[in-house]
Write a protein that binds this ligand. Structure first.
Ligand code: PXP
Length: 235
């Protein structure tokens, strides 16, 4: 299983003062020295963390970018210009603190099927950030996505409360169903150094996308050690 590191949180810290520190490109260079599969970046419609220029700067490093994005024409144009390694379509509400809940693929199947075509035509792998729900998984298959990313937020919250079995089962069953349909399966959101070991019990997960816990740990032990420690837990 591979680790994708979400670097939005470094941009959030930088933007707090409106300057250039901490420098996102320098952080990316350090992270890329480790065995990570991608740098995950969410270009939000309000640009609250990652800015357009960040994408071009990180792309220039030759990094595999996993671009999290809303399914809007504006961001699609940017994706088609940048050609990230992969995109992950996420729901986006302006007022939310982070991505709350998975994308409702089922209610916009036809729109999304058309939306991803030009991305796939450019060789960009497409993923959909969904809850481990049968309808959403079937819809993801219908629109011919390459991957799904299972939203682990509910599991992570339940883990914190010490009662995660039901949420874990949902993830595990969801992964099995998706893999049976030929979809590749990633997971992410809220994963941390305590709960990530359980992801290894879900067979065949390709990649975990983790950000907040890694950047939080980096405050105490540095980004090199924080990334390395997470890689050890994920592998
Ligand atoms: N995957 C997706 C689709 C996300 O939206 C996020 C949050 O930006 C993550 C993974 C990473 O979540 P966290 O920062 O909680 O590790």
């Amino acid at each position: 299983m591979k680790l994708g590191v979400n670097i939005d949180h470094i941009a959030t810290l930088r933007n707090a003062r409106g300057g250039i520190e901490p420098n996102l490109v320098e952080a990316a260079k350090i992270i890329l020295k480790h065995d990570v599969s991608a740098l995950t970046m969410h270009l939000r419609e309000d640009r609250r963390h990652i800015k357009d220029k960040d994408l071009y700067d990180i792309k220039a490093l030759g990094a595999n970018i996993n671009l999290e994005m809303a399914a809007t024409k504006e961001i699609q144009q940017i994706a088609l210009d940048i050609i990230p390694h992969s995109v992950c379509l996420v729901p986006e509400r302006r007022q939310e603190i982070t991505t709350e809940g998975g994308l409702d693929v089922n209610s916009q199947k036809e729109y999304l099927k058309e939306f991803i075509k030009p991305l796939k035509d450019k060789g960009i792998k497409v993923s959909l950030f969904i809850d481990p729900d049968e309808k959403q998984i079937q819809a993801s298959k219908f629109i011919e996505s390459d991957y799904i990313e299972l939203h682990t937020g509910s599991f992570s919250n339940a883990f914190e409360k010490g009662n995660y079995k039901a949420e874990f089962e949902k993830l595990s069953n969801g992964a099995k169903l998706a893999q049976g349909l030929g979809l590749k399966v990633n997971a992410g959101h809220g994963l941390n150094y305590q709960n990530v070991y359980l992801m290894k019990e879900i067979k065949g997960l390709c990649e975990l996308n983790i950000g907040h816990s890694i950047i939080s740990k980096a405050v105490f032990i540095g980004i090199n050690s924080a990334v390395e420690e997470m890689i050890k837990l994920v592998n």
